[in-house]
Design a protein around this ligand. Structure first.
Ligand code: HEC
Length: 124
């Protein structure tokens, strides 16, 4: 009985890991870095936010700190910014184009969101 229970717990653990990992999966984050740096999908995030994502005054804010101009820094928030852009910037002179000016597919959007998240959270 106990071993069965342990087996069940192990299976549940694997399932939970499978659900959680896509946003933190190193391959996803690596793809997101490529997207951010303009090497996949045609977006040019780095031109406004800087190659290290620490921002460029007047062009795009720092994405590595914990202060957000337009939301709470959650995955859903960053996802929505990446898809829709920012039509009315608060500090920058020009708007952010939807999908960073690129033609990102769903996988590339999710990857760049995971990459932005990875810049702030300590990696496991
Ligand atoms: C043409 C310049 C430009 C490009 C390209 C660009 N951004 Fe932005 N981004 C901005 C501006 C401007 C803002 C809003 C800043 C403000 O309100 O002053 C912004 C805001 C954001 C925010 C929200 C920041 C906050 O503090 O709330 C995120 C996240 C973000 N961008 C991610 C990205 C990602 C990822 C890409 C590439 C897919 C990208 N951006 C491409 C200019 C750009």
């Amino acid at each position: 009985m106990l071993t069965r229970l342990a087996g069940l717990v192990a299976v549940l653990g694997i399932l939970a890991a499978a659900i959680v990992i896509p946003q933190q999966d190193p391959a996803t984050i690596a793809l997101g870095k490529k997207v951010f740096e303009g090497k996949a999908g045609g977006a040019i995030c780095f031109t406004c936010h800087g190659m290290n994502a620490k921002g460029t005054p007047g062009l795009g804010p720092d994405l590595t700190d914990d202060s957000w101009l337009h939301g709470d820094g959650s995955i859903a928030f960053v996802d929505s910014i990446v898809r829709n852009g920012v039509a009315r910037p608060k500090q920058s002179a020009a708007p952010m184009p939807p999908k960073g000016g690129g033609n990102l597919d769903d996988e590339q959007v999710k990857a760049v969101v995971a990459y932005v998240q990875s810049l702030r959270k300590p990696r496991a």
